[in-house]
Design a protein around this ligand. Structure first.
Ligand code: SF4
Length: 345
């Protein structure tokens, strides 16, 4: 089956329209914006109109669906890499969404991965919201079996804000893309009590929730299970200006998933690779603490570094981790020597 995406966790990428507005630190180095500037295709930001892609592009998923059916293997479609499918910008015409849902509904051999940084808008744009001006009851009520809903969480602040919204919407699969990972994430003991989506999550109101198992604990009293996450993707940032990912962040996410029996996909290190300072003394490097603080490598690559000084530095490094900028390809996607390709069944 021909694939049109180089992203490790999908077969295809489909953009119903292009253009977006930055909403959080994960957007700082948005490659779609860089692409838009280079191509002049669309103006980024709140004042730029979104632009629907070509009819030929919209016919592509029909072909992918036929190929998947012929191959007897479902294919994944990431929607959208150059926009946010739950963007509420006024230039997105209601019929674009109607056409998108119709396309998704007519391609049952494709799993559509709708990844957003605006999960608060998901329920508003679902196809079973009969208040929406474009609503048409095609074949069945939500959730559809070929739609996976996901949100990006790059740090704990965004996790606390976005995950409750995602949990509040029924879905065949709920997933997180923790890329670019910019901080430690704790998914197993989340305080959703004060979140506006909390009342939709539980009939009893406030509680702490393990977003990976759906188990929750209200002041020590057992409570009914709640919706949970089914898949976690983790990755460091790539491209110009990429920020490093501390290895303990990825390890912690891997271990939380293992404990909860949730599939874990380690997509990439990005541009930076953790290493031992002594082996990479001449490369561009940074020293990093698990809390995200950084300092540039203390070593000057233009001068010889006496062995005893390096050893002394390593001995006194404590929790500091050294990372070298080696490039995405060379950094690879092994975490402690293991490739993690976990996906929902
Ligand atoms: S939500 Fe995605 S496409 Fe939109 S600005 Fe942020 S990174 Fe770019």
């Amino acid at each position: 089956m021909a694939e049109n995406s180089t992203i490790e966790w999908t077969d295809h990428t489909f953009n119903p329209w292009t253009g977006c507005t930055k909403v959080s630190p994960a957007c700082d180095h948005c490659y779609a914006e860089s692409w838009a500037k280079r191509s002049g295709h669309v103006t980024w930001g709140p004042h730029g109109a979104r632009r629907r892609t070509s009819p030929a592009n919209w016919r592509q998923p029909i072909k992918w669906n036929a190929a998947a059916e012929a191959a007897g293997r479902r294919a994944k479609v990431f929607c959208a890499s150059l926009a946010d499918v739950f963007d509420n910008h006024g230039s997105i015409q209601p019929e674009w969404r109607a056409d998108l849902w119709a396309l998704i509904g007519s391609t049952p051999h494709l799993d559509w991965l709708l990844l957003t940084k605006r999960p608060q808008n998901i329920s508003r744009y679902l196809p079973n919201d009969s208040r929406a001006p474009w609503y048409r009851p095609w074949n069945q009520l939500w959730p559809w079996p070929n739609v996976w809903l996901g949100t990006t969480v790059e740090n704990q602040v965004e996790a606390d804000q976005r995950i409750p919204h995602l949990l509040s919407v029924p879905a065949k699969v709920r997933f997180l893309s923790c890329e670019p990972m910019l901080g430690q994430l704790a998914l197993t003991n989340m305080d959703v009590a004060r979140h506006p989506a909390a009342k939709g999550l539980s009939p009893i109101g406030a509680y702490w929730v393990n977003a990976l198992t759906g188990r929750n604990d209200d002041m020590g009293r057992p409570c009914p299970d709640v919706p949970r996450l089914h898949w976690i993707i983790c990755g460091g940032e790539s491209g110009p200006g990429a920020r490093p990912m501390h290895p303990d962040w990825a390890r912690s996410l891997r271990d939380q998933c293992a404990a909860a029996d949730v599939p874990f996909f380690f997509k990439q290190w990005g541009e930076w690779l953790p290493d031992k300072l002594i082996e990479n003394i001449s490369r561009r490097g940074t020293m990093m603490l698990p809390d995200g603080r950084q300092m540039r490598s203390m070593m000057d690559p233009t001068k010889p570094n006496p062995e005893h000084e390096i050893q002394e530095l390593l001995r006194t490094m404590g929790p500091w981790q050294h990372l070298s900028m080696v490039g995405k390809k060379r950094a690879g996607r092994l975490l402690d020597g293991v490739q993690h390709d976990g996906m929902p069944a």
